[in-house]
Design a protein around this ligand. Structure first.
Ligand SMILES: [Zn+2]
Length: 441
């Protein structure tokens, strides 16, 4: 665990802004929370108010005079039957298992999508004047990853193999359901076809690059072939290009396998066509899939004699032209077939095929997952937490390719951190309509 160092505000950030932000937090100071709920011991619903406690931490502010703790009061209750005394329901302001209040946790999760945990700590300090240490941020992120895996899972034979982002974002399990439930929204945005793309990436584990280097030094001395890749996690993702959102995600310690491929593409059921790399795991599952053009050409180029000749002769300019021609020919072939099978993706005016033909269509999604992590992780738990938050932020974007652009999931989906972390196990008493949280899927 990291010691909490004394923190100061950075004077380069206008202090007035930080103070305004902090004054919003101060508004909660001393507020009383805690709705009545049934006795957690015996379930009795007749309960009495029984004082309050004042020590529940809401947030810690970084001020010119050190840390300032914002606390709220919690209403206590006593059971009329067994006399047990307990806290009221604080689900309105707090998530279960998180010591800071919801707005602090949400901020941690928002920034942990694109930043390693220590960088989040710095952002909260500099931009908000909030004290949260990196271990706490990591714990919240892992809690989020666990809950998504638990609540929005694709399971095979009782094992959670993948996360279903369509369930997380829209409350539906497959593209088929999405097409039905969001028919009007899709039509309003002129989306009349959906293509599903699946691909894998392997972010290196912490220390794995150094291990690889040392291993290969040893192999070199003993005349063995070098090992190609550092040890990594297997991150598989499925993606809907037209919506710019993830459909499935998995981050695992094990190699990619057929059952994993099946779980990964399950949410894509109902797409107009599938596009994957040429990993054999997809062979039986998606016999009619379109293989990524780039992957296909890359594999073909490896055994192409002309490529080897040009490469050995150092004729790089000619090699480039040769490969471009190859690509052009293969592209026209694939588009001719796809255009016939999926005419809705053919743009008559532009004389162009709009559907993707390579897994590059993930729009760097995969790349962003791998490099978005920023730092290598030793534990899969942390890597999964970060990748799930990354995929969420990518899907819920409001700014893409250098300009403001609201994603389909942001505009029409139902996601909130509250929906994932806010499911309190305690039932409010008496049941009031506005307290019922609707849980998507
Ligand atoms: Zn009781």
């Amino acid at each position: 665990m990291h010691e909490t160092e004394e923190k100061t505000l950075n004077s380069l950030v206008p202090l007035g802004l930080i103070h305004a932000f902090q004054s919003w937090f101060r508004g909660f100071q001393g507020q009383r929370v805690g709705d009545p709920r049934p006795c957690p011991k015996c379930g009795e619903t007749t309960v009495w108010k029984n004082g309050y406690r004042t020590d529940r931490l809401f947030a810690i502010l970084i001020t010119e005079d050190g840390f300032d703790e914002i606390t709220v009061e919690i209403q206590r209750y006593q059971c009329s039957e067994c006399r047990h005394s307990y806290d009221g329901d604080i689900g309105e302001l707090f998530y279960e298992d998180c010591e800071y209040a919801k707005p602090v946790v949400d901020l941690c999760l928002f920034h942990a999508a694109k930043n390693p945990f220590h960088a989040c700590e710095r952002i909260l300090q500099n931009q908000y004047g909030l004290q949260v240490d990196r271990d706490t941020i990591q714990r919240y992120a892992e809690l989020f990853g666990d809950e998504v895996a638990e609540q929005h899972s694709v399971t095979i034979a009782g094992c959670i193999l993948s996360m279903n982002f369509l369930s997380l974002l829209f409350g539906v399990s497959t593209v088929d359901e999405l097409k039905t439930e969001f028919a009007d929204e899709l039509a309003a945005e002129d989306i009349d076809g959906l293509v599903g793309v699946a691909d894998e990436t392997y972010p290196a584990k912490k220390g794995a690059k150094k291990d690889l280097y040392e291993e290969n030094m040893r192999r070199k001395q003993e005349g063995e072939n070098p090992k190609k890749w550092p040890e990594g996690f297997t991150v598989g993702c499925s993606y809907l290009t037209q919506l710019g959102c993830f459909a499935g995600l998995q981050c695992r310690n094990t190699a990619f396998a057929r059952a994993l491929a099946l779980a990964l593409v399950f949410p894509l059921l109902g797409v107009d066509y599938w596009l994957t790399d040429d990993n054999d795991c997809y062979n039986d599952i998606l016999p009619d899939r379109v293989k990524c053009l780039v992957h296909k050409l890359r594999t073909r180029a490896r055994s192409d004699e002309r490529v080897s000749e040009l490469h050995e002769a150092g004729e790089l300019e000619e090699l480039r032209e040769y490969l471009e021609d190859e690509y052009e020919t293969a592209y026209e072939e694939i588009v001719a077939t796809l255009r016939e099978e999926h005419p809705s993706f053919w743009d008559e005016d532009e004389e162009e095929f709009n559907g993707p033909v390579s897994t590059n269509a993930i729009e760097g999604g995969n790349w962003r997952l791998k490099y978005g992590l920023g730092v290598p992780y030793a534990r899969c738990h942390a890597a999964r937490a970060r990748t799930s938050l990354l995929a969420l932020r990518e899907s819920m974007s409001t700014f893409t390719n250098g300009e403001p652009a609201e994603s389909f999931a942001h505009r029409h989906g139902s996601f909130s951190f509250e929906q994932v972390l806010g499911e309190s196990s305690t039932q409010p008493l008496p049941p009031r309509k506005e307290d019922h949280v609707t849980q998507a899927a």
